[in-house]
Design a protein around this ligand. Structure first.
Ligand SMILES: Nc1ncnc2c1ncn2[C@@H]1O[C@H](COP(=O)(O)OP(=O)(O)OP(=O)(O)O)[C@@H](O)[C@H]1O
Ligand SMILES: [Mg+2]
Ligand SMILES: [Zn+2]
Length: 510
């Protein structure tokens, strides 16, 4: 594929004149039918690496994407660019919509779906009838058992890829340490695979940590900062409750700023609305959990605050990478309070089932002879509806051969052996996560350059900072004077439109 060709296609379909770092090499490899694993920093344009091939290759490109909002957003964006043959298959579709999409699947060039969708036999059979020219795994760190979201369905992708006759595969992620990279590559188990890894430091984001002595001090400091800086801002919290509490407090103290909260417990419509409003600058500040952000492509976020210390460096880099996408001078601020040691440790412990819980579930299975549906129900019930425990157990039982296609074969392995295996895995993961947290805390306490410390596990050299580096080098709040964000006429229009929709014609009511 010659250079002129590719660039002409890029211009034709996406209107861009030049490729960004990495895109061209990756696309060339994909087009020559190689399996590819690529690490490109957040916001640098990973999507083009499969969207452009989708326009050029015969057949369809299947994209596995972890988040509903992410899929919906991409499909909408593509459609607005005139690329209509795209579809997202997810759990929000009505059975009728799903049937209709499935029947028409051969019309689409780009098919987005969640890994959960791909587990259904019907879906696999349907895909087997199509020509799949590329199989994409977006946010591929989810495959790694060390990735920051443990999704068993991701680990089954390898098998499904084989069931689809192993078309060229492209796995993409924004942050993966060499250890996680190896783990992803191992999980994919492909004979030959090209690897592209690009540096992930962003020279225009200054890194700041502020130690606070009391929670009160933290709240007051946040209020003052929000009064001072009128720029698109994300504030990350480690608890859902805190997002709403602080959003209310901020809104009360600073009535002229438009502030909302966002977490995974909100219903789908609310989440979409907040995301949309933030994208369109109807909201300036979002207090959120880590459920917000992945795939959010808003170019002018200039301030990312971690109200609670993050628990993992990879997740932290992803989150701060939401800012400064337009190259403007941006700041990442982490507040640090002594309790930030304890809370993340508790949190990560709560992300994994306890030994007693596993024992209880296995008793139901081995001694009470529960069916698949019964076990699922009791597992969800006893874990407060926390589906992660059930999915974790389900996957382990499958891995150990005790569960196959929703039927249990307890004779495959005795109960105590299963218990032991699962407990070992839990202990291993807990140990790993704790080590990750320690690494993060070490960074918070460091006395040397934060930029160098943060990126050390990922890359050897750093670009010089474009504006200010970090609070140990040259950062000062007085030198950071970003221009306040003003509402454009277009945004005003959008607000009017929204008001009209919400209040059915009465645009004066606010
Ligand atoms: N070659 C290019 N020239 C100019 N803009 C580009 C180019 N490639 C991609 N972009 C733009 O960059 C933005 C980010 O792209 P994209 O969402 O694909 O990033 P990403 O790497 O997937 O980010 P994330 O890690 O958040 O998922 C988009 O607005 C996209 O249109
Ligand atoms: Mg992306
Ligand atoms: Zn520095």
């Amino acid at each position: 594929m010659s250079e002129i060709n590719l660039e002409a296609y890029l211009k034709q379909y996406f209107g861009f004149s030049r490729f960004r770092q990495g895109q061209k090499e990756i696309i060339e490899s994909v087009l020559s039918k190689q399996h590819v694993f690529a690490v490109l920093p957040t916001g640098t344009g990973k999507s083009i690496c499969y969207q452009l091939p989708a326009m050029m290759l015969p057949g369809a490109v299947v994209v596995i994407s972890p988040l509903l909002s992410l899929m919906t957003d991409q499909v909408k964006q593509l459609k607005s660019q005139g690329i209509k043959r795209v579809v997202a298959l997810n759990s929000m579709l009505t059975p009728r919509e799903r049937d209709s999409h499935l029947a028409n699947l051969h019309h689409y060039k780009l098919i987005y779906m969640s890994p959960e969708m791909l587990q259904s036999k019907r879906m696999i059979r349907r895909l087997q009838q199509l020509t799949i020219s590329l199989f994409v795994i977006d946010e591929a760190h989810c495959i790694s058992q060390w990735g920051h979201e443990f999704r068993p369905d991701y680990l089954r992708l390898k098998q499904i890829h084989q069931l689809l006759d192993s078309p060229p595969l492209l796995a993409l992620t924004a942050t993966a340490t060499p250890e996680v990279q190896d783990d992803i590559i191992e999980a994919l188990a492909l004979e030959k695979l090209r690897k592209f890894v690009y540096p992930m430091d962003k020279p225009n984001i200054a890194l700041v940590v502020e130690q606070v002595d009391t929670i009160r001090e933290k709240e007051e400091r946040l209020i003052r900062l929000m009064e001072q800086y009128h720029i698109p801002t994300l504030i990350y919290f480690s608890s859902r409750k805190e997002t709403s509490r602080m959003a209310a407090l901020l809104q009360e103290q600073i009535p002229n700023r438009r502030i909302a909260f966002y977490h995974g417990g909100l219903d789908h419509q609310d989440r979409l609305l907040i995301q949309q409003q933030f994208m369109q600058n109807q909201l300036e500040v979002v207090c959120c959990t880590n459920a917000f952000g992945m795939g959010i492509n808003k170019k002018d976020i200039q301030f990312v605050i971690h109200y609670h210390a993050p628990s993992q460096i990879e997740a932290f880099i992803q989150e701060i990478g939401r800012s400064g996408r337009n190259g403007q001078e941006s700041v990442s601020l982490v507040f640090f309070h002594e309790s930030d040691r304890i809370i993340p440790q508790r949190l990560l412990e709560s992300e994994l089932p306890t030994g007693e819980w596993v024992q209880f579930a296995l008793n139901c299975l081995y001694q009470e002879d529960y069916s698949y549906e019964q076990l699922k129900e009791i597992c969800l019930l006893t874990a407060d509806g926390n589906e992660v425990y059930w999915r974790f157990l389900q996957f382990q039982l499958e891995r150990l051969g005790v569960l196959q296609e929703n039927t249990f074969y307890v004779q495959q392995m005795p109960q105590n052996k299963v218990q032991q295996q699962i407990e070992q895995l839990i202990a291993k993961r807990l140990q790993y996560k704790t080590a990750k947290l320690e690494e993060m805390l070490e960074w918070l306490y460091t006395n040397s350059c934060r930029r160098q410390q943060l990126f050390k596990p990922f890359q050897e050299t750093l670009q010089p900072s474009a504006y200010m580096c970090c609070d140990h080098c040259d950062f000062s709040w007085t030198d950071w004077q970003p221009s306040p964000h003003e509402q454009t006429a277009q945004e005003q229009d959008w607000l009017q439109t929204l008001m009209r929709i919400l209040y059915q014609g009465d645009t004066n009511e606010k």
